[in-house]
Design a protein. Structure first.
Lengths: 347, 251
């Protein structure tokens, strides 16, 4: 006989993947169609389809807007949303803390500082004007993570998650001040960094789409591979060790992977908060806490949410474009309060 | 099966476990006893490779330090004193984690053998009807049974239990201890547990290690260790008189 406290069957069957993929494609299509210049769905589909197969595109279709402006932006936004949400879900499992996320534990701020310094100093790599910013963002993201974990360990000798979050929040505030200082004393052309620190996908191109896709495939693959280990961590780190998980290796590899992925995201779009914090919670409400289902669901949820946030940012007060971080923070903060109070009541 | 030699665990400069040695042989149930702060849980954490220690702990001659975590988990199952779940995992999912050490990779599903072990563990601990329940809705005793089921599903050769009677009512205490005793009857198995209830220790243990302030006071067969002299010295009271007084309430 089953107990009345039984949870409903939580399946993440192929049909769920199909529905989420359809929802994602529909949102992407919406984001390409809607903007200062409205474009019909049929024109969008025709242009993308013909471009995919190398066929000539009819003159009456706004080819340049679809293929060179909106499509790379939509792809970048979707990939960033999926990446940030995946990182948030993995961190929340690894640290067994629903408040863990790149932005709350200071990794995003570290990456932002790295990117801002690289931009202000004009740091580039041979053959890639953008590589310097990316490398610097990744290095600072990882450095921030190491610093925060070291401080947390020094504080209580146990890497307690509350200590990590507390130090992360303080670190984030500290880094924000440093970034403001760098921006204030930077040359005139880097003043636009202010806008960038709140997040923006304006002017992204296919090169950045490729970089994000590559980072998501490589880093996302590692995180997805550790879904069983993340389940064990989410139950408890001691428990994970007792059932045979190599806790040190899994923790280190996951945290490095997350830092790299967040570093790449931040170097392209700036800091976009709340995606990694809120979207895993929504995905958890849909598919349960098992990371085999949660990680893919979080990626879809993050991509769809960020696409809608970007659409709002560029159309709400058109022709003025808001920073995407403004929209995600406004929506995310409210959503988070609702989710948290519902979760508390459910317990 | 399991042998510890000169184990010392330090927190800073203070040795909370100081030069402890023990042997655990097949069929034995070794009870770790002693007052609060004696170092019992720390010793268990050292055996589970959860804290750094001096000295050596060997499994059939092999140093546990060089064993891979999944190899260790196939041999030694640990029930910790502090168990709590942060997310709404089902009982079955948590018990199923006990099979982690036997899985071959990310894409491998749960094998028939794993399913059998999980079913058996759920049945042994009386949790079959709660298999789909969220861990967040369980009482303390149900949660303790769920983690015990996880350890059974792990199918180890040695059980290490830190206060297995925690949160259990009398009925479940008796059931769980009898269950562990039956489990121990299978060849090639042994149990090491921390038990605060000296009557339970006396009733089920075959051997005992009595600790006080990190040091070994006595070790050997349960009858030789659990003597009034040893216990009174360690607990600073007439233990037998106190237990008799408690029992007299029922006469």
């Amino acid at each position: 006989m089953n107990d009345t406290r039984s949870l409903r069957q939580e399946r993440f069957a192929p049909v769920t993947y199909a529905l989420l993929t359809a929802a994602l494609l529909a949102t992407m299509a919406l984001c390409v169609c809607v903007g200062s210049v409205p474009i019909s769905l049929s024109d969008t589909v025709t242009a993308v389809w013909r471009a995919l197969w190398g066929l000539p595109i009819p003159q009456n279709i706004a080819k340049n807007i679809i293929l060179n402006v909106r499509l790379p932006r939509v792809l970048c936004v979707a990939l960033s949303g999926a990446s940030l949400s995946l990182c948030g879900a993995a961190m929340q499992g690894l640290l067994r803390n629903p408040l863990a996320d790149g932005s709350t534990i200071g990794v995003s701020s570290g990456a932002a500082l790295g990117a801002v310094i690289a931009m202000a100093a004009g740091f580039t790599l041979p053959g890639s004007s953008y590589g310097g910013v990316m490398i610097s963002a990744m290095a600072f993201a990882f450095g921030a993570l190491v610093l925060i974990l070291s401080l947390a360990y020094a504080l209580d000798r146990s890497l307690a998650t509350n200590s990590i979050i507390l130090i992360g929040v303080i670190f984030t505030m500290f880094i924000s001040s440093i970034i403001s200082l760098v921006v204030t004393f930077a040359s005139e052309h880097t003043r636009s960094l202010n806008f960038w620190t709140l997040g923006s996908f304006s002017g992204v191109n296919y090169h950045q789409v490729k970089l994000l896709a590559l980072a998501l495939v490589a880093c996302g693959g590692v995180v997805l591979r550790y879904s069983r280990e993340l389940n064990a961590f989410a139950v408890g780190e001691d428990n994970a060790r007792h059932v045979g998980v190599n806790v040190k290796r899994v923790k280190l590899v996951t945290l490095i992977t997350i830092s790299v992925l967040i570093g790449v995201c931040v170097s392209i779009s700036g800091t976009v908060s709340f995606v990694g914090l809120v979207m895993p919670h929504i995905a958890r409400m849909l598919v349960g806490p098992n990371h085999r289902r949660l990680l893919p669901a979080s990626m879809f949820a993050g991509a769809i949410f960020l696409l809608l946030a970007d659409l709002t940012a560029r159309t709400l007060f058109s022709p003025i474009e808001l920073s995407i971080g403004v929209v995600t923070s406004l929506v995310g903060a409210v959503a988070f309060v609702i989710i948290f109070s519902r979760t508390r009541k459910a317990r | 099966m399991l042998q510890g030699d000169h184990i010392t665990v330090r927190y800073g400069r203070q040795a909370v476990v100081n030069d402890i040695s023990f042997r655990l042989e097949e069929g034995q149930w070794l009870m770790l006893a002693g007052p609060n702060g004696a170092g019992k849980s720390t010793l268990i954490e050292a055996i589970a490779q959860g804290v750094p220690y001096e000295g050596t702990i060997r499994w059939q001659g092999e140093d546990l330090r060089v064993m891979k975590p999944n190899q260790l988990a196939r041999r030694i199952g640990v029930l910790s004193q502090r168990n709590a779940v942060g997310y709404a995992y089902t009982v079955e999912e948590v018990v199923g984690l006990g099979r982690y050490a036997y899985s071959s990779g990310f894409l491998s599903g749960r094998r028939g053998e794993d399913r059998d072990h999980v079913e058996q563990a759920l049945e042994m601990t009386g949790l079959t009807g709660l298999r789909r329940a969220s861990m967040l809705t369980l009482s303390g005793g149900e949660m303790q049974r769920a983690f015990l089921a996880q350890v059974f599903a792990q199918d180890p050769q040695v059980l290490i239990l830190d206060e297995p009677a925690n949160h259990l009512d009398l009925n479940y205490q008796q059931q769980i201890f009898s269950l562990i005793r039956d489990w121990l009857k299978q060849p090639g198995r042994a149990v090491l547990s921390v038990v605060h209830d000296l009557s339970l220790a006396r009733r089920y243990g075959t051997h005992a290690l009595l600790l006080d302030r990190g040091q070994c006071v006595a070790s050997g067969a349960i009858g030789d260790v659990m003597t009034p002299e040893h216990l009174n010295g360690v607990y600073g009271m007439d233990v037998a008189a106190w237990l008799r007084e408690l029992l007299s309430q029922w006469e």
